[in-house]
Design a binder for this molecule. Structure first.
Ligand code: ADP
Ligand code: ADP
Length: 225
């Protein structure tokens, strides 16, 4: 579960090419980072993988299934963005429960899983608070818990730590690594921060000018003779 294959995937907006035809294979449980400057096509690639935008050419295959005709909400994919997008009128626990309610899980299961997820991100004591009562780092932990709670086999993260200060970012990197290890999910992570990519990734996909320039382990990319 969680094998992701991209075949000749391409996106054009009129005369602008947001992503040149690109191919890539991500193995189950891998942590892959898309690293590159602003405008290099990272977000476009993520949006194509989750189906938020339609490809001009090519396809996305997850566990052998072509995703082209699969509605976004049916894909086994979790999303975490830079701006946490929590529901302001729901408490922390209700935010985390939301994807499980959407999937009509039984109440007892929801209660158990939410409790586990809260413990996982050390937010148990804040379960009844509202997002506006939390710090940025706490809000992002809620967003992470809300994503991991329904155990998607693939998780896409677009600069999830971009709004946090340096100290908190380093702390959250450790949390994300731990969540990755414990969940076994395949993660595709977008950042323009090289240090962050080095700290987190099994492999790095270097992007520039709407194309994949290099793909390899941090060592292969940064320790070439
Ligand atoms: P990154 O995530 O690396 O910053 P993006 O994928 O957001 O890059 O953008 C890649 C290129 O595609 C940029 O030149 C951007 O302006 C363009 N682009 C992205 N989305 C759209 C859109 N909806 N309409 C037109 N151009 C877009
Ligand atoms: P990033 O943080 O990856 O640089 P942006 O802030 O550039 O992302 O883009 C945010 C949103 O705006 C994305 O959904 C992207 O598709 C869209 N977008 C980016 N560039 C353009 C553009 N030139 N025209 C229209 N939409 C765009």
């Amino acid at each position: 579960e969680g094998k992701l294959v991209i075949e000749g995937l391409c996106k054009r907006y009129g005369a602008t090419t947001a992503l040149e035809p690109s191919s890539l294979s991500v193995t189950e449980g891998e942590f892959l980072t898309l690293l590159g400057p602003s405008g290099s096509g990272k977000t476009t690639l993520l949006q194509l993988i989750c189906g938020l935008v339609e490809a001009s050419e090519g396809r996305v295959v997850i566990d052998g299934r072509d995703q082209s005709r699969m509605p976004v909400h049916q894909r086994d994919i979790g999303l975490v963005f830079q701006h946490y997008a929590l529901f302001p009128h729901l408490t922390v626990a209700e935010n985390i429960a939301f994807p499980l309610k959407m999937r009509r899980r039984p109440a007892a299961e929801i209660a158990r899983r939410v409790e586990d997820a809260l413990a996982m991100v050390h937010l148990g004591p804040l379960a009844k608070r509202f997002p506006r009562e939390l710090s940025g780092g706490q809000q992002q932990r809620v967003a992470l818990a809300r994503c991991f709670v329904y155990q998607p086999s693939i998780i896409l993260m677009d600069e999830p730590l971009g709004a946090l200060d340096k100290k908190l970012r380093e702390h959250m990197q450790i949390e994300i690594k731990r969540l990755h290890r414990e969940s076994g999910a395949t993660i595709v992570y977008v950042t323009h921060d090289q240090e962050e990519a080095l700290a987190l990734s099994d492999r790095i996909c270097l992007m520039n000018h709407a194309r994949i320039e290099q793909l390899g382990t941090p060592r292969e990319i940064y320790e070439r003779p």
